[in-house]
Design a protein around this ligand. Structure first.
Ligand code: HEM
Length: 454
């Protein structure tokens, strides 16, 4: 009898839609949720999509496969090279652009300022910014929730990350940044980034020319801010001050260019994401009155000046977690391209394959999250999920640097709004996410009405 021969793992990429790369790209941009759902229904937990110029990407929504990706040697997985489209905004020393040892070094420099304990120093700024944005709201008048949350998250970053106290520069940045960030948020802006042919400076009237002029004004303000911080006699508590104080293993501090690129990276990565998460949380809290009641009851049990206590409230934490489960802000993590072959769910992916844990589909698995379409914060009170089952902030060496910051900000903004104001939805109907750049956000027609100040 011949011995049983184990089948070698297949060298092919997993199956996926056979439609053209352009058509798949259009589906991914215009109807991302429907596209992912249709793919998983036909091809299962691992499938290969072809996204235009991005090439073939293997999506995986099986926790075992996600673990295989996230525990692979980070030095053998490149994510930065897949972000090259953002280079004109971020610069080539940005954390999001780097891979390998250069990424590891930059991340080590940036991690200390984001340490959990440090976040608490920003509590009063977050509450103050929320108050400043909410004060002009009129009783009975609808307001654009995403716009309001964007204003809050932008101002929080300017204060706590950039450490801006000079009111003229603050004003100038507040005016410039939305124009700069529009390049990733709006479809017209995004096409400028994706279509290199449009990147021609034909003067201030051409879209690219306008972008370059906004960028140089912005850079001028940022370099002024860095120079002012360098000359400070005492170190501030803002993140820029802490970045100035860190050094790599060889004792080298960050250069002005690195500081500029990282400030813009933190702004780009942290602004829209947190704003969308807050807007979703407000939607669910007001769409489901029982959720709001439970939250209000829990908030009544804590001293509202006790940031640590607020961070630990179980139901508030569960509401934030469920908000980021049901419509994760990023539907997939940053795609990673392998420098070595990778074993994934029985496939032996060749060198140069690109893989992406699919956050959205993983968060919708019914055996993990029964009745996955329902918003049920209690699921996070009843059990703990592994980092391969619940991953709104991605994982491994690319896990979101601002995770603690974002969760802290979400909790403090929600606490401030829910304890000082009462709202209702303008239209109490379910909302469908829309794409904004690489993120999923509530639509711009989502409005709430202030009904009472408490
Ligand atoms: C609710 C809000 C946020 C969500 C849902 C979110 C989500 C994510 C995700 C999914 C990634 C990719 C992780 C991966 O590929 O494994 C990421 C990366 C990143 N995020 Fe966030 N983020 C949020 C807020 C923030 C904030 C507030 C900041 C900073 C102020 C920030 C800074 C970053 C940076 C720098 C990276 C790149 C990390 C690297 O490549 O090493 N994020 N984020």
């Amino acid at each position: 009898m011949s011995p049983t021969v184990a089948h070698p793992p297949t060298q092919q990429l997993p199956a996926g839609p056979s439609s053209s790369a352009l058509w798949q790209m259009l589906q991914w941009i215009g109807r991302p949720l429907e596209f992912m759902e249709a793919c998983t229904q036909t091809y299962g937990d691992v499938f290969t999509v072809q996204l235009g110029k991005l090439g073939q990407i293997v999506f995986c929504s099986n926790p075992q496969g996600i673990e295989e990706i996230l525990i692979a040697d980070p030095l053998q997985m490149d994510a930065g090279r897949n972000n090259s489209v953002l280079l004109p905004l971020l610069g080539n020393t940005s954390l999001l652009m780097l891979d390998g040892n250069a990424h590891q070094r930059q991340r080590q420099l940036l991690m200390p300022p984001f340490h959990g304990e440090r976040m608490r120093a920003y509590g009063s700024s977050i509450i103050q910014v929320t108050e400043d944005i909410a004060t002009p709201w009129q009783i009975g008048q609808p307001f654009d929730v995403r716009g309001a949350m964007q204003a809050i998250s932008l101002n929080v970053i300017l204060k706590t990350v950039f450490g801006i106290s000079n009111s003229q520069r603050y004003q100038a940045l507040q005016n410039l940044l939305p124009r700069f960030l529009d390049l990733t948020g709006s479809p017209a802006g995004a096409s400028l980034l994706f279509l290199r042919g449009l990147q021609k400076d034909w003067g201030a009237w051409s879209p690219w020319g306008r972008f370059l002029r906004v960028r140089s004004q912005l850079d001028h303000l940022i370099y002024q801010q860095i120079a002012e911080h360098r000359n400070q006699s005492e170190l501030g508590t803002d993140i820029l001050s802490l970045m100035l104080a860190t050094q790599d293993e060889a004792g080298n501090p960050m250069t002005d260019l690195e500081l500029r690129d990282e400030l813009v990276t933190l702004l780009l990565a942290g602004h829209e994401t947190t704003a969308s998460a807050l807007a979703w949380a407000l939607f669910w809290i007001h769409f489901l009155p029982e959720v709001r009641e439970k939250l209000i009851a829990e908030l009544a049990t804590v001293d509202l000046n006790d940031a640590k206590g607020i961070q630990r409230l179980p139901y508030l934490n569960a509401v934030c977690s469920e908000t980021l489960r049901i419509y994760p802000i990023a539907p997939i993590t940053s795609p990673r391209t392998t420098r070595r072959s990778l074993s994934l769910m029985g496939y032996n992916l060749p060198v140069g394959s690109t893989v992406a844990p699919c956050i959205y589909l993983t968060h919708r698995r019914p055996e993990l999250y029964p009745n996955p379409q329902a918003f049920q914060p209690e699921r996070f009170l009843d059990r703990q999920f592994s980092p391969y089952e619940y991953l709104p902030f991605g994982g491994s060496n690319r896990r979101c640097l601002g995770m603690t910051f974002a969760l802290f900000e979400m909790k403090l903004v929600l606490m401030t709004l829910l304890t000082r104001y009462q709202f209702q939805l303008e239209q109490p109907q379910p909302l469908k996410p829309v794409r904004r750049g690489v993120t999923l956000a509530p639509p711009s027609h989502f409005k709430m009405i202030l009904t009472q100040r408490c």
